[in-house]
Design a protein around this ligand. Structure first.
Ligand code: PA5
Length: 327
């Protein structure tokens, strides 16, 4: 079973259209205007919704994109910024609080969700909401959320290579790597080295391993990892090393090759993943899909249900009644 991955290309296209159809530039919510050039875009959301912000930040790295994974948005954010609140279910308290806090402070907010309280709270205040199609679980709705956000942002920023980023998904679907990599990881903790600029791929992989395969994972972002994580190779741990190689610039390419050489000099348990695509967006979408399928295969090997995330549900239940922070 592919858990809807086979529909990603179609959903990506549809969701981009949905985001583009909602043109917030024509809107006004009380005194809040949406027809402006934002000095920054704050993307707020958690888990499978929050990773959208990481991918957008890496892909549109020449813009000031801030990823926020908490309740109220930072104090410095003001009405010159645009806030995009992403929650698949629309029921995530952190994201709802962030969106309401922003509106209260006169900052334009756009919601991206399947519905829930986020949609009703924003719509009740006249703020724009893109409603995306449903998926099996939030993280399986990545194309729905990501491309809807890109559609909204296309009214404000220039978005590269949408078509390529959708076309490249077919290559990930056809790849035989997922089964092989899942067998390689089985019974171990993966330590994932990734260059800064493509780090969202590694975090998405870690999150999918956590949630789908109930497996802990470590992300080591280069160059910072060259100054700490790399030292862990000196001892034999129950770890498998995964090196994500993509294209950002010559220096980071060189650093990743150097990291690979060092890791291989201590361990033979190393696999290299080459990201396909010419833009960062394509590489991150390709990597997210390919490595997401690895997490599904690993869940199959462990005989567990990738969809169940019982501890997340328990924690959400526990915080349900709390109020948003007051400041
Ligand atoms: O993938 C998941 O199920 C989680 O990581 C959720 O995305 C996370 O708990 C946030 O929920 P939502 O995406 O509905 O805002």
């Amino acid at each position: 079973m592919l858990y809807g991955y086979e529909d990603w290309p179609k959903l990506s296209l549809e969701s981009f259209k949905l985001g583009k159809e909602l043109n917030p530039r024509s809107l006004r919510v009380g005194s809040i205007r949406y027809d402006f050039e934002p000095t920054s875009v704050v993307i707020t959301g958690m888990g499978g919704s929050g990773i959208v912000g990481d991918i957008v930040r890496d892909s549109l790295w020449s813009y000031n994109i801030i990823v926020h994974k908490d309740f109220n948005i930072p104090k410095w954010v003001d009405s010159r910024s645009l806030v995009i609140a992403v929650s698949y279910s629309g029921e995530t308290l952190e994201t709802i609080c962030g969106a309401l806090d922003a509106l209260k402070r006169g900052i334009p907010v756009v919601g991206v969700t399947t519905g829930g309280r986020l949609a009703s709270e924003l719509e009740g205040r006249g703020a724009p909401v893109v409603k995306v199609p449903k998926a099996i679980a939030p993280r399986f709705g990545l194309p729905n959320l990501l491309y809807a956000v890109l559609g909204v942002l296309s009214h404000y920023l220039s978005i590269p290579e949408i078509d390529e980023s959708i076309k490249i998904q077919e290559d990930a679907l056809k790849s035989e790597l997922p089964g092989r990599l899942a067998s390689f990881i089985r019974g171990h903790v993966p330590m994932i080295f990734v260059p800064l600029g493509l780090q969202a791929v590694a975090y998405r992989f870690k999150n999918d391993l956590n949630e789908n395969a109930k497996t802990p994972a470590v992300v080591a972002v280069v160059p910072e990892a060259d100054h700490n994580d790399i030292v862990a190779v000196m001892l034999k741990h129950p770890v498998k090393y995964i090196i994500i190689r993509g294209r950002t610039d010559d220096v980071h390419d060189y650093l990743m090759r150097a990291v690979e050489e060092v890791v291989r000099s201590y361990s033979s348990d190393v696999e290299v993943i080459e990201l396909k695509g010419s833009s960062r967006l394509s590489q991150e979408v390709y990597g997210s899909m390919l490595l997401g399928l690895v997490s599904i295969k690993l869940a199959e090997l462990y005989g567990i249900d990738p969809v169940r995330t019982d501890p997340i549900n328990t924690l959400k239940e526990k915080i349900k009644g709390i109020s948003c922070p007051s400041n």
